[in-house]
Ligand binder design. Sequence first.
Ligand SMILES: O=C(NO)[C@]12CC[C@H](CC1)C2
Ligand SMILES: [Ca+2]
Ligand SMILES: [Ca+2]
Ligand SMILES: [Zn+2]
Length: 316
Amino acid sequence: VDGSANGTGTTLYAGTTSIPTFLSQGTYYLYDTTRGPDYIRTLSANGQNTLPGSYVTDADNNFSASNQRIAVSAHTGAVQVFDYFKGTHGRSSYDGNNASITSTVSYDDVPGGDGYNNAFWNGQQMVYGDGDGRTFSPLVELDIVAHELTHAVTGASAGLIYQNESGALNEAVSDIFAVMVDRDDYRVGEESYTPGTSGDALRYLDDPPAGDQPDHYADRYVGSQDNGGVHINSGIANKQAYLMMAGGTFRGQSVQSVGRGVTEKVWYRALTRYFTASTNFAGAREGTLQAAADLYGAGSSQARAVADAWAAVGVG
Ligand SMILES: O=C(NO)[C@]12CC[C@H](CC1)C2
Ligand SMILES: [Ca+2]
Ligand SMILES: [Ca+2]
Ligand SMILES: [Zn+2]
């Protein structure tokens, strides 16, 4: 049993004798039993839409074949996100109680046609499409995996209702932790979005309007599309978190940078201790302020940065 990612994947059953009956000896699986949960596993739907699909196997534990790449990316991403929430926040799996994690890749291709341009947490597992090759390549890059698994964390904690302002917060929380895990930029989807165009991304926490999102509460969408704009108005909270991380002067409001470390602690504590199903942007300001006061003191520079960042985006 080898729990460390071996570069091509995290494997488990190295042909040992004490394996679950349904796994065959001398075969390797993307099936990790070394981190607490009974398993973190990745399967493939092979283009169909039945879940969880079938195991991705390998004869010699080198998951380096081209037809294994997608599954390996989703699997190593899930393991990395598990390790992030455990290591940084002391959370054992998305429910805090070592829930097992299942991911399924190559879901729901159009028969004889394009791959599915989406990825989602269905309440029980992660599901990833292969993309149509134009809008998306396979949607298994690290920040999308982190985005989806964070939906599971939100569902097991605040339970932010997936519509209107609470839904926009739900989406923002997933984008915020996506950039905390995929720590080299402030963007989401840059590896798989529009494979024919380099340098773009699906969403930009540093500049939400670059992804057709508002970056100020006064510009929020109030229509009914997209469950009341959950992927649109998330830009407002995304910008707030970006300003906490990077600092800056936005719309005349200066914000002192507190960095990713403080930002992830404040947002995690707010999500898991103060946000509820119906929390809106005003409530998110309250919750993040309270979290910062808990962690650093009400009069701290960190709490000040939280308030200034919300003021910069027109909340409070
Ligand atoms: O925002 C999202 N879901 O709520 C997506 C799912 C596929 C793209 C990457 C993350 C958009
Ligand atoms: Ca990214
Ligand atoms: Ca692109
Ligand atoms: Zn989402």
